[in-house]
Design a protein around this ligand. Structure first.
Ligand SMILES: *[C@@H]1O[C@H](CO)[C@@H](O)[C@H](O)[C@H]1NC(C)=O
Ligand SMILES: *[C@@H]1O[C@H](CO)[C@@H](O)[C@H](O)[C@H]1NC(C)=O
Ligand SMILES: *[C@@H]1O[C@H](CO)[C@@H](O)[C@H](O)[C@H]1NC(C)=O
Ligand SMILES: *[C@@H]1O[C@H](CO)[C@@H](O)[C@H](O)[C@H]1NC(C)=O
Length: 731
């Protein structure tokens, strides 16, 4: 059950952001210096005056509730006895929500983008070309203007010949026109198909063909790719591209596009402006989006989201962010093809916030694509709210720590002291957490870090994957703002649980959002029971308004993981294992399909063991394998070239090439020893430590089909590809 892997808010694009030079975010972190010594003296009295008030008494955030369907331990948000369905009366669809918000905030700033001032191409070492951008101030359009443009685009689509009831797809990076096109389509009740660029060409062809998309809306730079695939894109009739500075279409590709009408976004808007068409508005049960997410096996799956699903998530999240409103400025840069960003931007537009668009490569002054001496998106925009994913925050933390260590001396001491004091304050005393001392530390130590993100961040929304406790704390302290950690899946339309801003604990994902109930259902086999002490545990099942309709053209899979109860409420079986804390907050502790029973009945959680073993610096990829016929587990390991070769050199091991090195007994012994060391640190059980391992020289990549685009293991594919190796390990 619950093959929802990959549908988690964990996208390949997000992964890429984390890997890219984006993380040079903190490069301009040049703190302290002269003030250091002075401040160090000043902080000693502060240390003594710290207020000790003891922990604030736990606040109740979730309340147990009676619900229908399968027996379990269910929880709702404390704030509302009834589930929240709409942000306000009448906003039952995305189209209605958008129209009403645009009317209400007609003169307020809405969508902001930066104009390109100039572009330089620099050739780096090895002949690689880098584009460096000089971008200008944000230029804004009001809610009123945006609404008019969306209406024009909608009329233009019809005028262009988009056939009623056929679908449109958006295949583009995050930008203002994405949201405009999206809202425009809803004015004509057109369902939007979204696909991540990093899913690959087969996935793109499959998704567009399966949903019979007739209009494709894309970035200018995607045209080339589409032309090359044109013979496989049989259903496409119209292609609409977003203008960029260079918009002459290469004559080489235009012959391949002869079966399509190809127009720019502005042309379509103009067409619609000249001949307005009556809107054809959707109802709340109509499908707004078919969102393709990577499947852990085979082709991606399209999740069917209704208008009602998206507005209910937005309504719920609005109740969680305090004082959300027209003074907030949101920095949008995560992929909109991903439900997390889509939900976040819907929340912002419902509340009348300004949304400034940026990109991961231009986010800060020291981002890869920002020309030296010019400003990154955050410095210009000065956002108050941002979304982020754990992989990004992890690298941010590593980046800051690296800088601090490089500085060394008084600066490092000061940072560590400040950090410790803030940590003690947050974890111990409430007053200390926000009082004068916080102010002083912020001014002395953390202000420079705040300024990297523009200096006005008052909260971050984090989703996509579990955020480590250390990182959550670190970002809390260094950014000086709360992090709302969310839990949800594409299938639950993002919304499931969200931590509240005054919750200073880490490692949990908060109580259920008010649009849904969360129920734990005992999983006897796996040994997780709702009767467990001290806290109930079980499979996480989510029910309510945000639960999507299922998978496109895949009834079998839909019926496997979605159930409708006697009251007509839909429930989604996530396959995740959770635990409810006494205050009603959820903690995700495991994943059902990654738990295997061994010969003597002990259970072993493959994901947990893999995560622990990954901390060995020899491990590039690892898959732990176990089955009920043996009393131990084994592992396939792709070693890190760099680490293993470095060791071989130092140990004086001769070898012909890397595959040869992987065959050496000495290498095997060295890696086994390292694994056993990290197992001890992670307190793994004896039978959780792989008894035997096999070293494989070739990394597992999405192209090889062995991991998903989000770099999660495809266990079935790995098992069949390395069948012989696994058999030998058990032999
Ligand atoms: C919206 O379109 C769908 C098909 O694409 C159709 O079934 C539905 O009735 C339409 N809704 C309205 C309110 O016209
Ligand atoms: C045109 O389409 C053909 C067949 O799909 C493909 O082989 C060729 O590379 C395409 N040409 C261009 C310029 O994309
Ligand atoms: C598109 O889908 C149809 C079935 O609907 C199938 O026959 C055809 O082979 C598919 N084409 C591609 C390029 O996948
Ligand atoms: C245009 O469509 C026709 C008929 O479907 C097809 O035979 C032809 O290959 C298509 N041309 C291109 C360039 O894709």
């Amino acid at each position: 059950m619950g093959d929802s892997e990959g549908s988690h808010l964990n996208s390949p694009l997000l992964q890429k952001l984390a890997d890219g030079g984006y993380l040079s975010i903190w490069n301009d972190y040049g703190l302290y210096g002269i003030v250091g010594a002075v401040i160090l003296g000043l902080s000693i009295p502060l240390l003594l005056s710290g207020t000790i008030m003891g922990k604030k008494k736990g606040k109740q955030r979730g309340v147990q509730v009676e619900v229908g369907g399968e027996v379990g331990y269910a929880m709702r948000n404390r704030k509302s006895t009834e589930l929240v369905e709409v942000p306000w009366e009448g906003a039952t669809t995305m189209a209605a929500l958008f129209e009403q918000s645009c009317k209400k905030h007609a003169r307020g700033r809405f969508l902001g983008s930066r104009k390109l001032i100039n572009k330089e191409v620099i050739t780096g070492s090895g002949g690689r070309k880098f584009e460096m951008l000089h971008l200008g101030e944000y230029e804004w359009e009001t809610y009123g203007e945006t609404f008019d443009r969306a209406c024009n685009f909608a009329s233009g689509l019809v005028k262009l010949g988009h056939v009623k009831d056929s679908r449109a797809a958006i295949f583009s990076e995050t930008r203002a026109e994405w949201l405009l096109a999206f809202q425009g389509c809803f004015r004509q009740n057109i369902t939007i198909v979204t696909i991540y660029a990093s899913l690959g060409e087969d996935a793109l062809i499959h998704s567009l063909n399966e949903t019979q998309v007739s209009t494709l809306i894309c970035d200018f730079k995607q045209l080339k790719k589409l032309a090359a695939l044109s013979s496989s894109l049989e259903t496409i009739k119209h292609v609409i591209y977003f203008e960029e500075d260079e918009t002459t279409i290469d004559s080489g590709i235009s012959s391949n596009m002869s079966n399509w009408t190809v127009s720019s976004f502005l042309e379509v808007e103009k067409l619609g402006k000249e001949s307005p068409i009556h809107p054809r508005l959707p109802s709340k049960t109509d499908i707004a989006v078919i969102m393709y997410t990577s499947g852990s096996a085979g082709l991606p799956k399209g999740v069917l989201m209704t208008h009602g699903n998206i507005v209910s998530t937005a309504a719920a999240v609005m109740t969680v962010i305090p004082r959300l409103g027209i003074n907030d400025v949101y920095l949008a840069y995560l992929p909109l093809a991903h439900v997390f960003e889509l939900a976040a931007e819907t929340v912002m537009l419902s509340a009348g916030c300004a949304i400034g668009y940026g990109s991961a490569m231009t986010l800060t002054d020291s981002s890869n694509k920002i020309k030296k001496g010019t400003q990154g998106d955050a410095s210009v925009l000065k956002p108050t709210l941002m979304a982020a994913v754990p992989a990004i925050l992890d690298r941010v933390r590593d980046g800051v720590l690296k800088k601090v260590n490089e500085k060394g001396g008084a600066a490092k001491k000061l940072f560590n002291l400040g950090y410790k004091r803030r940590l003690a304050a947050i974890e111990g005393s409430w007053l200390g957490a926000w009082g004068l001392e916080k102010f002083l530390w912020d001014v002395i130590v953390f202000k420079k870090i705040h300024s990297i993100l523009g200096g006005r961040i008052r909260g971050m929304l984090c989703g996509g994957a579990p955020l480590s406790r250390d990182t959550q704390r670190f970002i809390n302290i260094c950014v000086g703002a709360p992090i709302g950690q969310g839990y949800g899946l594409t299938e639950t339309c993002a919304g499931a649980a969200f931590s509240e801003w005054d919750d200073t604990t880490v490692g949990r994902v908060g109580p259920p959002l008010p649009c849904c109930y969360i129920k734990l259902i005992s999983w006897e086999e796996g040994g997780y029971l709702t009767s467990d002490k001290p806290m109930p545990r079980g499979e996480v099942v989510v029910g309510g308004f945000s639960i999507t309709l299922g998978y496109f053209k895949n009834e079998a899979k839909t019926n496997e993981v979605y159930k409708v109860d006697e009251n007509g409420m839909r429930w989604f079986y996530t396959g995740d294992i959770g635990m409810f804390h006494p205050d009603g907050c959820l903690e995700i502790i495991d994943r059902k399909k990654d738990i295997v029973k061994l010969q003597h009945g002990e259970y072993i959680s493959l994901g947990k063991v893999e995560a622990a073993l990954m901390s060995s610096n020899y491990v590039e990829n690892i898959m732990v394998h176990a089955n009920p016929f043996h009393s131990y587990c084994v592992a396939l390991v792709v070693p890190s070239h760099q680490a293993l070769e470095k060791w071989a050199q130092e140990a004086g091991i001769g070898y012909k090439n890397f595959p040869d090195l992987c065959q050496k007994d000495e290498a095997l012994a060295e890696i086994k020893q390292s694994l056993s060391k990290v197992s001890k640190t992670a307190k793994l059980d004896k039978l959780e430590i792989p008894a035997k391992i096999k070293l494989l020289p070739d990394p597992w990549t999405p192209e090889s089909g062995l991991v998903t685009a989000a770099l999660k293991l495809k266990r079935e594919q790995l098992k069949s590809k390395f069948k012989e190796e696994l058999e030998k390990l058990y032999g």
